[in-house]
Structure formats: structure tokens, C-alpha cells
Design a protein. Structure first.
Length: 198
């Protein structure tokens, strides 16, 4: 093995594509009867978390294009707009991947706080990974381990975001994990989730 090999740096669009592949089956697998179930993200039931995830994938498309976004208002009830909401989520997730794969999406800064664009893209990746894990757990679906490159990107992003995110109530306090916990379990715990939530 060549220990001098250059480590590949993945674009946010590539990583979002990987996360999207994990997200779509989970969203499609949510039964209507599960929409009122609790999730590991305590402030949301399944329906509320799906609506929040719609808001994320829509607003972060705008941020990729350096356009203004609006997270100030409560998420619209996309689930209540008709029975095809699962396939509409797939369309919006595809648009999110395309937006962050476009030339220049990761360059400069974006958003009202003028944050580095790549870090903002990592925030979209975090939601598309962790909230989908939330939904899988809440609805009895398998998720398993997230992709290693995704976890690596998010571990760095969470380390940067955590102090402010905890003050704002976006992340909970870190949860203790077993010594042999995986990198993904440690990532979940760093956002305030119990990786063994049932």
C-alpha cells in the first residue's frame, strides 16, 4: 500500500448523492400509519420531521446557488399536500444533489451568516444523514452505518458547528457511547442522539 497516496477529497455534491441513496428507500418506506410516531429528534414526530427534511432540501438548494433562504418560518406541511409526497421528496433530494454539484457551489460564503459554503453544504449533508437515521429508527427500518466518507466529512463539520449549535438548541448535549462505538455512532452521539434509541 502506498502510504504517500493522496487522500481523495469528495465534493459535497458527491457526498449528498451518497446520502440521497440512503435516504430515498427510508422515506419511501414510511407508512402513513407511522406519521405520528416519536423520533430520536425529540421535537418532531415522523410527520414533523419529514416536513422539516423537505424544508432542508428545498432551502439548501437556494444556499448552493448563493440565494437567500428562509428557515424562520415553520416548515410547510408537505405530507398533507397529497399522497405522492414520498416521490416529491425524491425529486427535491435530486435537486439538492444537483445544486451542490454545480460549479462554484462550494466556493466563497453563503447564507445570512456568511458561513463558508462548503460548511453550509455539510449542514445539508448532516440533516440528510442524521434525520434519515432518525426516520429509519422511528419507523422500524434498517439504516446501519453511514458511508465512511460521509461520516468523516460530518465529524469535522460537527466539531466546528457544535458549540454554536448547542447554544441554539440545534444539538443536544453529547451522549456517552461505549468504548467500541463506531465513528457513525460517535457522530450521532455528538449531536445529542442515543445511537441505540429504540
Amino acid at each position: 500500500m502506498d502510504t504517500n497516496a493522496v487522500k481523495k477529497t469528495y465534493g459535497i455534491g458527491e457526498l449528498l448523492g451518497v446520502a440521497r441513496e440512503r435516504a430515498v428507500p427510508v422515506v419511501r418506506g414510511i407508512a402513513d400509519t407511522a406519521l405520528g410516531a416519536a423520533t430520536p429528534c425529540a421535537e418532531y414526530d415522523v410527520r414533523g420531521l419529514v416536513n422539516h427534511l423537505f424544508q432542508v432540501v428545498e432551502q439548501f438548494q437556494r444556499l448552493a446557488a448563493k440565494e437567500p433562504s428562509d428557515f424562520g418560518e415553520a416548515a410547510a406541511d408537505r405530507v398533507g399536500e397529497g399522497p405522492d409526497w414520498r416521490e416529491r421528496f425524491v425529486v427535491e433530494a435530486d435537486r439538492l444533489v444537483s445544486a451542490w454539484s454545480a460549479a462554484g457551489a462550494e466556493d466563497g460564503v453563503t447564507g445570512a451568516m456568511g458561513m463558508p459554503a462548503r460548511l453550509v453544504g455539510s449542514m445539508a449533508l448532516l440533516d440528510l444523514t442524521v434525520h434519515v437515521w432518525d426516520l429509519a429508527r422511528a419507523t422500524g427500518q434498517e439504516y446501519g452505518e453511514a458511508d465512511g466518507a460521509v461520516v468523516e466529512e460530518l465529524t469535522g463539520a460537527v466539531a466546528q458547528l457544535a458549540p454554536t449549535a448547542r447554544k441554539m438548541g440545534v444539538f443536544g448535549e453529547p451522549v456517552a457511547v461505549a468504548e467500541g462505538a463506531s465513528a457513525f455512532e460517535r457522530l450521532l452521539a455528538g449531536t445529542g442522539r442515543d445511537p441505540r434509541w429504540v
